[in-house]
Design a protein around this ligand. Structure first.
Ligand code: SF4
Length: 342
């Protein structure tokens, strides 16, 4: 038996065709599961009885088990899901005005060990299957019938480009018109800068947005914060990013976690302004959310003000984000760690 949610639409068409069923059956199934949210083949009434029996005997429809849900005083909700192999993943829903953005995980654990991130502490366990990636959207949507998810960011646990095939398949499922039909511009893929896959993503031209974790415009400091930057250096990453802006013509976002006394000086801001000068981008400045796992400091209000001053002086488009869900361990990996999950 195979999980039907692990099939992209084209894969399912091929698989059904090979078993003697018409290709359009795949679109019917997609529309029931992802459009009408029916997860029982016997209820798919426009499908012939014979085909339904075949589906029941050859496929199953998986779901994620909700272990815990926490809600912050700012409205941020955090979901802890258990997978079939007992691994756990986190998904965070962030309300902001009319938007309801879902931050989705792509891996169990992470191999990249960024110096400020709880998800990297226990290392990497495995890639999520596409059913487990899209499953986060489907499960959270059940709770949010009145205020549906409007946007998706692939910014939860794991590095999306390190699970490239399942990421691309999931984007295909989330945007397919016969099902969830989410607008491509409502999806953002975040990366630490895995250059070969980033180039592949640009070549595929999926129409989704891109967000690059920068965290310092100084190559040496960045390598200290993000060890992967030693393999994929900042100057090469910037070349690829410029290529993305030329080809895709959608403004890019740089993420910058502002850590007290680390990357928060006026000099750091000046380097950031210079580095991003000719790039069609916006920078998200996120003041560090302290965690008991690290010694890093929250930036002082003077540091935040000084940093912002320099960016304003150089006309850099930036947003100073308030830390979200600080009272519910909303920084990625913190809820799993609290529950002792590996
Ligand atoms: S920030 Fe992202 S890439 Fe870095 S360790 Fe955390 S999950 Fe992995």
């Amino acid at each position: 038996m195979e999980d039907i949610k692990d099939f992209g639409l084209e894969e399912l068409k091929e698989s059904l065709l090979n078993k003697g069923y018409p290709r359009f059956l795949a679109r019917q199934v997609f529309s029931w599961i992802y459009g009408k949210r029916i997860e029982d083949f016997s209820l798919m009434t426009d499908i012939s009885r014979k085909a339904r029996k075949f589906l029941e005997n050859n496929f199953y429809i998986s779901g994620l088990k909700l272990l815990e849900k926490e809600t912050s005083i700012d409205g941020t909700e955090k979901f802890l899901f258990r997978l079939r192999d007992n691994s756990t993943i986190e998904t965070v829903l962030i309300p902001e005005g009319k938007r309801n953005t879902l931050c989705i995980s792509t891996q169990v654990g992470c191999r990249f060990r960024c110096a400020f991130c709880v998800s990297g502490i226990n290392g990497f366990k495995r890639n999520l299957k596409s059913s487990e990636i899209t499953g986060q959207y489907l499960e959270v949507s059940r709770f949010k019938k009145t205020k549906p998810v409007t946007n998706i960011v692939f910014m939860g646990i794991g590095e999306p480009l390190d699970n490239f095939d399942n990421l691309v398949k999931s984007i295909g499922i989330l945007t397919d018109p016969s099902g969830i039909s989410l607008g491509k511009k409502r999806i953002c893929v975040s990366t630490v800068g895995i250059i070969p896959e980033l180039k592949e993503l640009i070549a595929l031209n999926l129409g989704v947005k891109l967000s690059v974790s920068l965290h310092s415009a100084d190559a040496f400091k960045r390598e200290k914060l993000m060890p992967i930057a030693k393999k994929y250096p900042l100057d090469e990453l910037i070349k690829v990013v410029k290529d993305f802006c030329r080809k895709i013509k959608v403004p890019l976002t740089f993420e910058y976690i502002l850590i007290g006394k680390v990357n928060s000086s006026r000099q750091d801001a000046l380097k950031l302004a210079k580095l991003t000068k000719n790039i069609n981008c916006k920078v998200n400045i996120i003041p560090y959310n302290p965690s008991s796992y690290f010694k890093w400091l929250k930036p002082s209000s003077e540091e935040i003000e000084g940093f912002s001053d320099v960016l304003r002086k150089y006309n850099l488009l930036f947003t100073l984000r308030k830390p979200k869900g600080w009272d519910i361990n909303a920084a990625c990996g913190q809820l799993r760690a609290k529950f002792g999950c590996k």
